[in-house]
Write a protein that binds this ligand. Structure first.
Ligand code: HEM
Ligand SMILES: *[C@@H]1O[C@H](CO)[C@@H](O)[C@H](O)[C@H]1NC(C)=O
Ligand SMILES: *[C@@H]1O[C@H](CO)[C@@H](O)[C@H](O)[C@H]1NC(C)=O
Length: 318
């Protein structure tokens, strides 16, 4: 074997072991120990969604934030304790909400099969259910994650930021074993939900020394965003939906990017390399291609390892 291919094999083994679970995940993980686990979680999600249409977006974003810090280990669910400020009290937490949905599912699961189903698995399944209930694809979620024992607000600064350039996004994703294909597909999560003005403020006023408004943004879209986010406004809840069909999981997000109507710099930045631009075009013209890629990348993201235990209460370590 040539050295180059030996090195290639070795490095793929290294990458694989760094980003795949120590105890590997499986589709039938709870079949014997908690056969109703998935339907209990699905019911908790369905109940919440029937009362509040903002829940699916919250659950999807919750899973993403969890996986990007210390792996998918439910570290995001832990409450601050004593002098330790937890992830959920760190800066990029503004729209992370609906923690009660996970609590409700966990309570029911503890009644049926105590100490068996991890909070991290509940989160992964709830995110899948949230997408499916919004008209998106469904998929089998590999299970067997463990919950972590550490959550630090300071680590949330490693989350990708909405002002990130394509190279910063690439770096952030590749540090977690995720590719540019994953970046484009998973950014499609922005077909759901809402953003506060602070997340796109940089684009609509005082952009840089030569442009007041980001030149990559559609001018009439920029004007409407300036309307909903007046200068010096103190309105804490002001903002815009991520796309006009913000409770429907569809490919509108990609079509908007092609019109200069991506909300964040990080959305619009997907047009800045030929490879990612091609994918935006592909997903904008095919819901099916988007769904397939999204499922594939969700399974990949949600297989980043983390924890050590099965928490009894998702908000506190055992
Ligand atoms: C590529 C890097 C990403 C960046 C920079 C980013 C940034 C953001 C920001 C700034 C918000 C709005 C927060 C606010 O102002 O309230 C947001 C919302 C959201 N993000 Fe992302 N995000 C990224 C990737 C993802 C991924 C991978 C997913 C899921 C697959 C996702 C799902 C969501 C959802 C569903 C919302 C709406 C939340 C709600 O309405 O409660 N994002 N994102
Ligand atoms: C978000 O973090 C800030 C501190 O950065 C904190 O004051 C606020 O309570 C947190 N919000 C939520 C919903 O946890
Ligand atoms: C402002 O942004 C535009 C578009 O990204 C860029 O072409 C220009 O060089 C920037 N100006 C300064 C002073 O950074």
């Amino acid at each position: 074997m040539a050295w180059a291919s030996i090195v290639a094999v070795l490095s793929s083994v290294l990458i694989f072991s760094a980003f795949s679970p120590g105890c590997s995940l499986s589709l039938n993980y709870y079949d014997k120990t908690c056969p109703h686990a998935e339907s209990i979680i699905a019911n908790a999600v369905k109940n919440a969604v029937s009362r509040d249409k903002t829940v699916p977006a919250a659950l999807l974003r919750m899973h993403f934030h969890d996986c990007f810090i210390r792996g998918c280990d439910a570290s995001l669910l832990l409450n601050s304790k004593g002098s330790n400020k937890a992830e959920k009290d760190g800066p990029p937490n503004r729209s992370v909400h609906a923690f009660y949905v996970i609590d409700n599912a966990k309570k029911e699961l503890e009644a049926w099969c105590p100490g068996v189903v991890s909070c991290a698995d509940i989160l992964a399944l709830a995110a899948r259910d949230a997408v499916a209930l919004s008209g998106g694809p469904s998929w089998d979620v590999p299970k067997g994650r463990k919950d972590g024992r550490t959550s630090k607000a300071s680590e949330t600064t490693t989350m990708p930021a909405p002002a990130f350039s394509i190279s910063q996004l690439q770096q952030s994703f590749s540090q977690r074993g995720l590719s540019m294909d994953d970046l484009v597909a998973l950014s499609g999560g922005h077909t759901l939900g809402f953003s506060h003005c602070s997340s796109f403020q940089n684009r609509i006023r005082s952009f840089n020394a030569t442009h007041d408004i980001d030149p990559s943004i559609n001018p009439s879209f920029a004007a409407s965003l300036r309307g909903v986010c007046p200068k010096n406004s103190k309105a804490k809840n002001a903002g815009a939906t991520m796309d006009p069909s913000s409770t429907t999981f569809d490919n509108t997000y990609y079509r908007l990017i092609l019109q200069g109507k991506g909300l964040f710099s990080s959305d619009q930045a997907l047009l800045n390399t030929p490879k990612t631009k091609d994918l935006v075009h592909k997903f904008a013209s095919s819901q099916e291609a988007f769904n397939k890629a999204f499922v594939n990348s969700m399974i990949k993201m949600s297989s980043i390892t983390g924890g050590q235990e099965i928490r009894k209460d998702c908000r506190v370590v055992n």
